[in-house]
Design a protein around this ligand. Structure first.
Ligand code: CU
Length: 134
């Protein structure tokens, strides 16, 4: 019986490899990229916010993206007019982007990010909600 099941397993493995191969060849999609907060909470005041840009299908960090749109405001707490400046600062970790901001109030803050990824058409646009603790 074993001699009958074995080829089936091999065939399944080959199909799996073929599918992986074609997925790599298929045109990448800008929707495959996503910003994620490294820390969901930061302390109120002068804060450093770290986000990771990942290629979702393989979970790989994406370096060298051009971040061009940032906004940080308290929309999650109904205070969208309460915005603060966001300044990019250098990061040594691949795929991690850091920003300096002054969070003057404890509560929910929304970080809006836009980015261009090397070799991809379109824009990554994400809104991330973090919490400033007192
Ligand atoms: Cu506020």
């Amino acid at each position: 019986m074993k001699s009958y099941t074995y080829p089936r397993v091999v065939r399944a493995a080959l199909i799996g490899m073929a599918m992986t191969g074609s997925a790599t060849l298929a045109r990448a999609d800008i929707k495959d990229y996503e910003f994620q907060l490294v820390d969901q909470t930061v302390k109120k005041g002068d804060a450093i916010i770290s986000v990771r840009l990942v290629h979702k299908p393989d979970g790989k960090p994406v370096s060298d993206a051009v971040i061009f749109a940032t906004r940080l405001d308290m929309a999650p707490d109904g205070m969208q007019e309460m915005a603060t400046k966001v300044a990019p600062i250098p990061s040594t970790e691949p795929g991690v982007y850091k920003f300096k901001a002054t969070l003057s109030m404890a509560g929910g803050w929304q970080l809006s990010l836009g980015a261009k990824v090397q070799g991809e058409t379109g824009t990554v646009e994400n809104k991330l909600v973090l919490k400033a603790t007192p």
